[in-house]
Ligand binder design. Structure first.
Ligand code: SF4
Length: 299
């Protein structure tokens, strides 16, 4: 992890006590006992109790090690991580059934080292979960498959209810913030292809604030995402995962009032739903509640 940079003092609105409680402990045990990792725990997400208590959870599949090294992400990195657990689709489906959540999000590391970049494994996870938990809504937060739409379609065919892919930051900051294999235009192309391939499936993206973006750049990102048909947007505060120099410093702690204002501006661009706030993460309970309602009406 390299030399450690100085810690950054959090503003009052970001100081929260991390969640505990019997329900959280029980659900943690359910996933750990099957060797599964939840993003909620990995990222020490302050919303964990609210989400888990409210029936939503986020799992990271294909292992806990990525072949990329984005400078905002706390996930471990390696050139050749161990192959995904072939039993993962079943373990995941059983854990979600046990957790009895109404809405689940699957996210994934990138596996640039695998011939299909993990597309068939992801599809197997989605199919097994949908088969075992038919009443539950499932969101797949995808990687970019380096723009390979054939691999993307392999996952889209599996039947997730919502497809998400994050641009993560405004275009100008992409090279500094994301791994060199990622790209802002590449991500927009992926989102455009999802909407073309599955016109009725809601799409979702997320932008972190506080990395040095200007308001003008943010609004341009709203326009770019709407131009490829993105329905749902989440805006949250970038928080530095560790003190290592690999992880970018927070350039600005954006005030909640500004988050509200950006949320209103985004809504004016035609998103069906926008969640904007310091603690909002790409998988965020309020958004999921909306999506559940939206899907209920759409079907
Ligand atoms: S692609 Fe980037 S953001 Fe995603 S898990 Fe890998 S390092 Fe993290």
């Amino acid at each position: 992890m390299g030399p450690v940079a100085e810690r950054q003092k959090l503003p009052p609105w970001l100081k929260v006590k991390l969640p505990t409680g019997p329900n959280v402990a029980r659900l943690k045990e359910a996933s750990r006992s099957r060797g599964l990792s939840t993003v909620c725990e990995e990222a020490r997400c302050p919303n964990l109790a609210e989400c888990w208590g409210g029936g939503t959870a986020t799992f990271m599949v294909m292992g806990d090690t990525c072949t990329r090294g984005c400078r905002f992400c706390s996930v471990a990195t390696a050139a050749r991580p161990s192959l995904p657990d072939q039993q993962e689709p079943t373990k995941l489906a059983l854990t979600l059934k046990e957790m009895a959540v109404e809405y689940a999000v699957l996210t994934t590391v990138c596996r640039d080292d695998m011939p299909d970049q993990g597309a068939s494994h992801l599809a197997a996870c989605i199919r097994e979960v949908k088969k075992t938990c038919p009443g539950m809504k499932l969101e797949m937060l995808l990687q970019d498959f380096r723009g390979d739409t054939k691999l993307l379609e392999t996952v889209l065919e599996a039947g997730a209810d919502v497809i998400a892919h994050n641009v993560e930051c405004v275009e100008r900051l992409t090279d500094k913030v994301r791994d060199a294999k990622a790209g802002y235009r590449q991500s927009l192309d992926i989102l455009a292809h999802v909407k073309k391939y599955l016109p009725k499936t809601p799409t979702k993206s997320s932008i972190m604030l506080g990395l040095g973006e200007t308001e003008g750049e943010l609004v341009q990102s709203f326009k770019d995402l709407r131009s490829v048909g993105v329905d749902i947007l989440t805006l949250g505060q970038y928080l530095r995962p560790t003190g290592s120099r690999h992880h970018l410093m927070v350039e600005q702690f954006v005030h909640p009032d500004d988050f509200n204002r950006y949320g209103e501006i985004a809504k004016q661009h035609g998103f069906k739903y926008v969640a904007s706030g310091p603690f909002v993460r790409s998988s965020y309970r309020a958004a999921e509640l909306f999506i559940k309602g939206y899907l209920a009406h759409a079907s």
